[in-house]
Design a protein around this ligand. Structure first.
Ligand SMILES: NC(=O)c1ccc[n+]([C@@H]2O[C@H](COP(=O)([O-])OP(=O)(O)OC[C@H]3O[C@@H](n4cnc5c(N)ncnc54)[C@H](OP(=O)(O)O)[C@@H]3O)[C@@H](O)[C@H]2O)c1
Length: 348
């Protein structure tokens, strides 16, 4: 948490006093919920009332948090009564059912995509559009795990050069699809190591993921565009406040446990010098720019809160810039961003 706080104070910004005392996490047994819980545990927040929720299957199990054990409850809206803040790390259907109900009691930071594009719901990346939180109606959406690193890196460049078009190819890790997907990946990997064909019946993926690459994430619409690709397009436009921004996106699942990567070409209104772009990225909040001779990789960014950028170079014209971005999808792609939103919200 010291890390997160220093993020927010980087560049001489004012320190925000945060009191996080009564918190609920829905989906606390999932990958994002667990990551959030461990970030809170390592923080110096004094949390007096921490309520953990999951499915009926997990109800009654106990999760260690600092010096106590907390019993997991089945999600109900009433379970959040009396809390100051709720984090929702559940699938869309469950978010649709519970988030508006829980928002009657306290602000909800929702990790699902259910409310992200609703005009009255702020979709927030604190390095980019913290002002969107003003006047919120107790539902705040946390963007997609690929959109977050994309806009963190592109926003400072946009301010200088004027973003016109984005060409994006993603290399998304299996943990982005949840715990069952990660387990399937580990299981398949063991079979592949033994030179045997893994059983993919019951897999959350449409085909084998170990020793493979799947060029579709989510469902495909009548135009051949995947739901994940649409998220990167529509969410980037909303967060950057650029409703006409052209984004050409191809989202791909790769056999990496944790850490999403993005190959990006940005086309600007003004000429862009790679050296100037590097200078901007070097000072950008939430960005770690690698030295020219170094590479950002998913393995390196795992367990970290920043967006890593490397291979910044001129594109096909002097208006184009190519870059390579990596981030931990469970941290800045999900839990870290949610926690940073909470810090902004409670420091309001
Ligand atoms: N993974 C990522 O990198 C990532 C990034 C950005 C956004 N997200 C989004 O964040 C949300 C959570 O993702 P995740 O990766 O953490 O998923 P996950 O690992 O599959 O965890 C899902 C959570 O939902 C709970 N759950 C499932 N069915 C339930 C039910 N019927 N009632 C109540 N709780 C239920 C599970 O509880 P049990 O353990 O009891 O089943 C678990 O706590 C999703 O909306 C996802 O799209 C994920």
């Amino acid at each position: 948490m010291a890390e997160l706080r220093s993020e927010l104070t980087k560049g001489g910004r004012e320190f925000i006093v945060i009191l996080m005392k009564k918190i609920g996490i829905a989906g606390a047994t999932g990958l994002v919920g667990e990551t959030l819980l461990r970030l809170l545990e390592a923080s110096d927040y004094e949390i007096t009332d921490l309520r953990l929720f999951a499915s009926k299957r997990s109800a009654g199990t106990r999760i260690r948090f600092r010096d106590r054990e907390i019993e997991v409850r089945e999600v109900t809206a009433e379970g959040f009564e009396g809390l100051e803040l709720a984090f929702f790390c559940l699938e869309n259907e469950l978010a649709r059912e519970f988030v508006p109900e829980v928002a009657r009691f306290c602000p909800v930071i929702d990790k699902s995509s259910e409310f992200r594009l609703a005009p009255e719901v702020p979709l927030v990346v604190p390095e980019v559009n913290p002002e969107a939180l003003k006047g919120h109606k107790n539902i705040i959406a946390n963007p997609n795990c690929t959109t977050i690193p994309l806009v963190v890196a592109l926003y400072p460049l946009h301010q200088q050069f004027g973003l016109k078009e984005v060409f994006l190819a993603t290399y998304q890790s299996v943990s982005g699809a949840g715990r069952a997907a990660l387990e399937q990946f580990f299981y398949e990997t063991e079979f592949i190591a033994l030179r045997q064909k893994p059983d993919t019946g019951g897999s959350p993926f449409i085909s084998q993921i170990a020793d493979n690459v799947i060029p579709v994430i989510g469902s495909i619409d009548e135009h051949g565009v995947s739901s994940e690709e649409k998220k990167t397009v529509l969410e980037s436009r909303k967060i950057l406040g650029l409703p006409e921004l052209k984004v050409n996106s191809t989202c791909v699942r790769v056999p990496v446990a944790v850490g999403h990567s993005l190959a990006v070409t940005c086309r600007f209104d003004r000429r862009v010098e790679p050296a100037e772009a590097r200078n901007i990225l070097n000072k950008a909040p939430g960005v770690v720019l690698k030295a020219d001779s170094e590479l950002a990789t998913p393995a390196e960014c795992r367990g970290k809160n920043d967006v890593y950028v490397s291979r910044v170079r001129q594109g096909a014209t002097e208006y184009d810039l190519n870059l390579w971005i990596c981030t931990d999808n469970l941290r800045k792609g999900a839990a870290t961003n949610a926690l940073q939103i909470a810090q902004r919200l409670l420091g309001e």
